[in-house]
Design a protein around this ligand. Structure first.
Ligand SMILES: [Zn+2]
Length: 353
């Protein structure tokens, strides 16, 4: 296999460097007879979609693969899959697809999530279900933290605090991290106090919850482009006027809420929620939304690239690290829209574009 050579300004260090790629790995020392595939421009560690669902609304693995391919073509070379009803682990052997870190299936209660998506269990069985999904996934477990309680007519937590504490211990002992879907306010204190590792959406964050997350280092993936659909969710919830009002209220305060979380120093990462009502392939829209919500362009890039990769156990562009690199002509730090036009995409050391 011919070695490849790339030259460009490597981010985030912003140094012009030569890189070589051999057997899927980056080399920083010259390799003879390498083919130059990029000479000039900017080199970014492959983008990350930190909240994606490959396999939702897919009839089979081929359709799930097509979803992942669309994400890849938008630049997402690493996906944290936040819950899929089908086992997509065979896709991890398809070298042309992004790397996928799976959370197994969502864990929810009967009638307390989208039908047919989750492993539906009673609260007392949560620790057992968490152990099963920790074993089935790749180091992440996904809980549904709150959802509409149709008897109450509004968002409510799914799990008692004491069961959550047991579940976190079980996950952490199994070497897995836990995250939860949370739209509202009331589920957050119990999840954060139980030691959850990440919150998805987080539209209901109070100042106290933000302070607690900052203190504990709990991550946040706000999925801003998904929150944009809240008015549609509210419009479709005529039968639950209090819930609809709650969703509208959460939507109205999303920008200041997430801005406060960023300001407080909570680690915030870019995730689209593709598959959950959002089309695949929109990671750049989420990066721009994070910037518009208060992140510097550089931090918004990090939230979808080097910082997110580090959080998920993958490195950026350095000696011996995986050769997942995207080359751009224009500097994305000056205009994030540059991310929409990659000139070269290298995944696992292979040119795929
Ligand atoms: Zn989701």
């Amino acid at each position: 296999m011919t070695a490849l050579h790339m030259r460009g300004v490597v981010l985030p260090e912003a140094e012009e460097r030569d890189l070589w790629i051999v057997n899927g790995r980056i080399r920083t020392e010259p390799v003879p007879n390498a083919e130059t595939i990029v000479d000039g421009g900017f080199l970014l560690p492959g983008l990350v979609d930190a909240h994606c669902h490959v396999g939702i609304a897919a009839e089979d693995l081929d359709q799930a693969a097509e979803q992942a391919r669309i994400d890849r073509d938008a630049g997402a070379l690493l996906i944290r899959d936040c819950g899929s009803p089908i086992d997509t682990s065979p896709l991890q052997e398809r070298l042309e697809l992004p790397r996928i870190i799976r959370a197994g299936r969502h864990i929810a209660r009967p009638k307390r999530y989208i039908r047919h998506l989750a492993d539906e269990i009673e609260p007392i069985d949560l620790p057992k279900a968490v152990a099963e999904q920790a074993a089935a996934g790749d180091g992440w477990v996904k809980l549904v933290g709150d959802y509409i309680d149709r008897n109450e007519g509004e968002l409510a937590p799914l799990w008692p605090d004491d069961v959550l504490k047991q579940a976190m211990v079980v996950a952490h002992e199994a070497g897995a991290r836990v995250t939860a879907h949370v739209f509202g306010e009331s589920a957050l204190p119990g999840l954060i106090e139980a030691g959850i590792d990440c919150i998805e959406h987080g539209t209901g964050l109070s100042d106290d919850a933000i302070a607690a997350m900052a203190d504990r280092g709990t991550a946040l993936v706000p999925t801003l482009i998904n929150i944009e659909t809240f008015p549609d969710i509210a419009a479709g919830a005529d039968r639950y006027p209090r819930y609809a009002a709650q969703i509208r209220r959460l939507h109205a305060r999303v920008r200041p809420t997430i801005a406060a979380a960023i300001e407080a120093g909570i680690p915030v990462y870019a995730g689209t929620d593709a598959g959950g009502g959002i089309a695949h392939g929109r990671i750049v829209d989420e990066v721009i939304a994070l910037h518009e919500t208060g992140m510097t362009t550089e931090n918004a890039l990090g939230a979808a690239s080097w910082d997110a990769r580090g959080w998920l156990g993958w490195s950026g562009i350095r000696e011996s690290s995986a050769a997942d690199i995207i080359a751009y002509d224009a500097d994305p730090r000056l205009d994030l829209n540059a991310l929409r036009t990659p000139k070269r995409v290298v995944l696992r050391g292979r040119v795929i574009r």
